[in-house]
Ligand binder design. Structure first.
Ligand code: SF4
Ligand code: SF4
Length: 339
């Protein structure tokens, strides 16, 4: 059973929820886009449906809500270390199925990748409930169906937004109590995108051999990629970070330690002690990223890291296509490559 509510009623419930929850959704920020006079769609706090941008894909993913771009881990003095607190309020995020699947990848990295769970990620993640935005159709660069990122049942509420109403499939009793009051009961099965314009065949994990690593396809990326890291910062599943100590005084006795997003495509990511760098070529970095997204992560956890959101294609200033890259790997695996 689903519920049909008017936009006014939907906003009224959001307003009630805002006493307990901070609510985030995709929002259009005017004149902040990559080109002059263009807008940016990214995740921001919202107070009603009219503030959400539902007709365009967000440039950045919602991951920064629970995994901030820059996060202070602790403050230190000579005698003390203190961990900053986070606000008590819980969090609602409006997001699409691929991004819920992306969050599952982040959960895997931060909570299941070793004996210790990430304290900072966990304390924010535990506050979050997902309101899924039903996609009417995919955007041009989406390939979520190929990556199995198009479907999920891990939502509190699924929302189908129509012109003058919202149809809600609700799995969380707290929200059911609020939205069902005065709502019309309707039959509605949650719908997912079943076909994308972009389709890609993912090479079987056990068929990716050393030949793929040594193939010449990666040379193209050495020439084309400029190592800007935009693909990583927009990706819902990239989780790498670096550490920075920020000192407050000249004597270095007080300060804070931060973690800051890092990018495997950017200079310095693989630099080690002694200034050794084992991935200086951009093509080697592209290979590393590709293998992580469609092979290595799967070997460890049983599902692919990439969810096919297509944001890396949307943001790349060099028009590098990730599905095309996957296709090239698949051709080598199938023995179709010209190399
Ligand atoms: S690799 Fe690209 S398509 Fe895959 S999840 Fe990341 S941004 Fe989306
Ligand atoms: S966005 Fe494009 S150019 Fe920039 S690092 Fe990623 S692949 Fe390279």
């Amino acid at each position: 059973m689903a519920y049909k509510v008017s936009i006014k009623q939907f906003n009224h419930v959001l307003n009630t929820l805002s006493d307990k929850y901070k609510i985030y959704g995709p929002k259009k920020i005017e004149k902040k886009g990559r080109y002059s006079d263009t807008d940016l769609v990214c995740y921001k706090p919202i107070s009603g449906l009219d503030e959400m941008e539902l007709n365009e894909k967000s440039f950045f993913s919602p991951k920064e809500i629970i995994y901030p771009i820059r996060e202070t881990l602790f403050y230190f003095t000579e005698d003390n270390v203190s961990v900053p607190s986070v606000p008590d309020e819980k969090i609602i995020i409006f997001l699409r199925p691929c991004d819920i699947n992306g969050m599952k990848r982040l959960d895997t990295i931060f909570l299941q990748n070793g004996p210790e769970q990430d304290f900072y990620y966990k304390r924010l993640r535990e506050k979050v409930k997902f309101f899924m935005i039903e996609c009417n159709e995919g955007f041009d660069s989406c390939f979520c169906v190929s990556m199995n990122g198009n479907k999920t049942d891990e939502y509190a509420v699924a929302c189908k937004f129509n012109n003058d109403n919202v149809i809600l499939n609700i799995q969380d009793e707290e929200f059911k109590a609020l939205f069902s009051e005065g709502a019309e009961e309707v039959q509605h099965e949650v719908e997912f995108v079943e076909e994308n314009k972009v389709k890609v065949e993912i090479p079987p994990v056990d068929k990716v051999t050393k030949e793929v690593f040594e193939n010449d396809i990666w040379t193209e990326y050495t020439h084309r990629c400029i190592g800007c890291g935009r693909c990583n910062t927009s990706c819902i599943t990239c989780a790498c970070f670096t550490m920075q100590d920020q000192h407050y005084g000249k004597d270095n006795k007080m300060g804070e330690r931060r973690r800051v997003w890092a990018s495997c495509q950017v200079d310095g990511y693989s630099t080690m002690a002694g200034n050794h760098d084992f991935r200086t070529k951009k093509g080697d970095r592209m290979r590393f990223k590709t293998m992580h997204k469609i092979n290595d992560f799967h070997k460890r956890f049983g599902f692919h890291m990439c969810v096919g959101c297509g944001r890396c294609d949307d943001v790349c200033p060099e028009y590098i296509s990730f599905p095309k890259c996957i296709e090239k790997v698949n051709e080598i695996v199938k023995g179709d490559s010209n190399e």
